[in-house]
Write a new protein. Structure first.
Length: 136
């Protein structure tokens, strides 16, 4: 039954034969509870292969298009990446400022060097002043 469902759902979703076969294999081995972890690992490998960086920024106010573009460009520059996928989270409960999290998919040594370089990203006075406007 599981295998039939695992084959039908991907096919009806328009996924490739390779993906359908993979999902059926995972279901056939009784590993459907691992599918999210497998997908996450695959996404990380794909991002690394494509040179894509994922980051999230939590702010007190919404970013303007210009701030989003500037922050993405700075992250791309620091991480030497052509593509930055930026997730924005507006959190009015924050007192002010912003929190930037850059997902690292490389070795621990490279991650430490990139973390030091990432400190440069937060040096954007205009952006910081806008994020602190809700504090008053």
């Amino acid at each position: 039954m599981k295998r039939t469902v695992a084959t039908e759902v991907p096919q009806r979703s328009g996924l490739s034969n390779l993906t359908c076969n993979f999902v059926a294999l995972v279901a056939g081995r009784g590993r459907t509870d691992h599918i999210e972890a497998i997908a996450e690992k695959y996404r990380k490998l794909l991002d690394e292969n494509l040179g894509r960086v994922r980051a999230s920024v939590r702010t007190t106010v919404s970013l303007t298009d210009e701030e989003r573009r500037m922050l993405s460009a700075k992250i791309g520059q620091v991480r030497r990446s052509q593509e930055v996928v930026l997730e924005e989270i507006v959190d009015p409960t924050m007192l002010g400022g912003f929190l930037l999290v850059i997902r690292v998919t490389t070795s621990p040594t490279a991650a430490r060097a990139q973390a030091r370089a990432s400190m440069l990203v937060v040096r954007t006075p205009h952006f910081l002043s806008r994020c602190w406007t809700n504090v008053q």
